[in-house]
Design a protein around this ligand. Structure first.
Ligand code: AMP
Ligand code: ZN
Length: 143
């Protein structure tokens, strides 16, 4: 699914209470609830109540609110489930495998080294510094 309008957006329907969720936390701007296809026990999503597709579209105020709520929920996950750590994951665009087109942060409790979440681990391989510099320059020019 690459395009969704707001009325079809599953997370907007959760905000509107048209479909249920396991609500972890709610305030004026944000909502946190359990992912129903958890990568790990306690996998929680944090969303803005206002519809915004991704990092490129969300307002600065909603973005800050989502990340403040993420911190609050992360504390609760650490206190209650006592994982070894928490991975924060956030995908933007179908090309990055974003499936639900409403901005959300994944909080994924982790227990390395045997939690099976190898997708969140990669080997550090030294980069080609010419390529690193070339890409860095393009980004700096665009800022
Ligand atoms: P993403 O690939 O970042 O767009 O991930 C979307 C996430 O939303 C997936 O991890 C899904 O399991 C999760 N998800 C989809 N529908 C629901 C729902 N109704 N309640 C809770 N989580 C959901
Ligand atoms: Zn939405």
């Amino acid at each position: 699914m690459t395009e969704q309008n707001q009325s079809e957006c599953i997370f907007c329907q959760i905000v509107a209470k048209k479909i249920p969720c396991f609500k972890v936390y709610e305030d004026e701007r944000t909502l946190a609830f359990s992912d129903i296809n958890p990568l790990a026990d306690g996998h929680t999503l944090v969303i803005s109540k206002n519809h915004a597709v991704n990092l490129l579209e969300i307002t600065p105020g909603d973005l800050a609110a989502v990340h403040q709520t993420s911190q609050k929920v992360a504390h609760a996950i650490m206190k209650s489930l006592k994982p070894a750590g928490i991975a924060v994951l956030q995908l933007n665009g179908a090309g990055a495998n974003q499936v639900v087109m409403h901005y959300h942060v994944h909080l994924i409790p982790r227990n390395r080294p045997n939690d099976g979440l190898t997708v969140l681990e990669w080997e550090a391989k030294p980069g080609n510094m010419k390529a690193v510099e070339r890409h860095y320059k393009k980004i700096v020019e665009a800022i």
